[in-house]
Design a protein around this ligand. Structure first.
Ligand code: LLP
Length: 425
């Protein structure tokens, strides 16, 4: 996780900058992103997949700086809306290194992708094939992948499992809809089918489901070769690589994953007489999450029945993950020595519902008081990108820390920003 270093008296620093100082300077809630940590993680992935392509999933966290870091580290970018596409483009990210996803691409998503020249579009339903082909000029052959549901159950929570047929993504292997879509893409001269895609879920800490997915995709590639005489140059296995949110939790190691995937793919293709396709992978969380830290200030602490509730100045509006997925975090007191007795506390937000919990049953000192600072590590993915302005609480800023300096990436939302949209008086 973000290279947090312990300073005297319970002080912590990220990227060489004291967290307490950052809280004073930028206010709270505050999201910090350690640039070195992001870059190191990109490099680890590139080293693990030297012949493959590592495509960062922008949905985990995107800003212009993030797009630039990822670009400089040689990764591609997975975008799933015209919004992500446009922001990355504005940051100078080369469109040919982008992959467009989405189960419901809008006409604008597709038009913009084609106009800017997005590298690959991943087809998720039959109806988009003709739409993409119609908008593709005869000269520009658009590269296409087809998203397949491999029938593998994996992922940290029911809402982020995407490998089985009871959810909305992808085309079925078993009822033939994947084969049908592939045939349709192959029949469109403007489209170049480069390979298959699957994304089985998120926050996966076990390699085995990926190996099963590789075998199933190998099986499909073999059937397509038999039926159409076509072999594919690429295979995109999506992302989903799990991280440790709390000390001692397992994480998926990209190097081990790469080794096992490559071995499995080589074996599967060898057995079927197929050329081994180039691997693409799309980590989002594994790049961004460990590089982020969220800072909150305590607004209130009280006992209600048996529980000690510590209420902070953010909550489900900046981090909906505990409420949505039962996600667990390990907040800790920073900025002063922990003098109190450790007790089990529940860190809650300021929003008007009981589900607004940031961390359930976590050890914290019993003398927490208003003004104290809590730091939540591993906060770099799917928090800022999923933030809302619920209860008209403005969204927090994002500050990059890098070798002892801090730089504002995304400013705090203001009440004026929020009011400006209210045009109906
Ligand atoms: N590729 C595709 C096609 C995806 O749909 C996703 C994530 C990724 C790659 C990146 O997955 P990652 O490596 O980040 O797990 N909001 C949820 C996670 C949703 C993931 C959606 N798709 C959460 O906070 O846990």
């Amino acid at each position: 996780p973000a290279s947090t270093a312990r300073l005297p008296h319970g002080h912590l620093s990220v990227g060489g900058v004291s967290l307490a100082e950052l809280a004073d300077r930028y206010g709270t809630p505050l999201y910090l992103l350690d640039e070195d940590e992001v870059r190191t993680r990109c490099r680890t992935y590139r080293a693990a997949f030297p012949e493959g392509e590592v495509v960062y999933a922008a949905k985990a966290f995107l800003s212009r700086a993030m797009a630039r870091w990822v670009e400089e580290e040689g990764l591609g970018l997975d975008v799933c809306s015209a919004g992500e596409l446009e922001l990355a483009h504005a940051a100078g990210f080369p469109p040919e290194r982008m992959v467009l996803h989405g189960n419901a691409k809008s006409p604008r998503d597709i038009e913009l992708a084609l106009r800017l020249g997005v590298g690959r579009i991943v087809v998720d339903s039959p109806s988009e094939i003709a739409r993409i082909a119609a908008l593709t000029g005869p000269a520009g052959r658009q590269k296409i992948m087809v998203r397949v549901v491999p029938g593998v159950a994996a992922g940290g929570h029911e809402k982020i499992r995407t490998g089985t047929e009871d959810q909305k993504f992808g085309l079925s292997l078993t009822d033939g809809s994947a084969q049908h879509a592939i045939a349709r893409v192959l029949g469109q001269p403007q489209l170049e089918m480069t390979g298959l895609h699957c994304h089985i879920g998120s926050q996966i800490t076990d390699i085995k489901p990926y190996l099963v997915a590789v075998r199933r995709m190998g099986g499909l590639m073999a059937r397509i070769k038999d039926s159409h005489g076509v072999t594919f140059a690429e295979l995109d296995l999506g992302g989903g690589h799990g991280v440790a949110y709390r000390p001692g939790e397992p994480a998926l190691d990209p190097t081990a994953l790469a080794r096992r995937l490559t071995a499995e793919l080589t074996a599967s293709c060898g057995a079927a007489g197929l050329p081994v396709p180039r691997l693409l992978i799309e980590p989002g969380r594994a790049i961004a999450a460990p590089a982020g830290v969220a800072l909150y200030r305590v607004l209130a602490a009280k006992r209600t029945g048996p529980k000690l509730f510590v209420a902070v100045d953010g909550g489900m509006s900046d981090n909906p993950r505990p409420a949505l997925y039962g996600a667990r975090y390990a907040p800790r007191l920073i900025g002063r020595p922990a003098t109190g007795v450790p007790v089990t506390a529940t860190v809650v937000g300021r929003h008007c519902e009981a589900g607004d919990v940031l961390a359930n049953d976590v050890p914290l000192p019993d003398d927490l008081r208003p003004g104290d600072l809590l730091a939540v590590p591993v906060a770099g993915a799917y928090q800022v990108s999923m933030a809302s302005a619920y209860n008209l609480v403005a969204r927090p800023p994002v500050v990059a820390v890098h070798r002892g300096t801090a730089r504002l990436l995304i400013r705090r939302e203001t009440q004026e920003d929020l009011r400006r949209r209210d045009v109906g008086a």
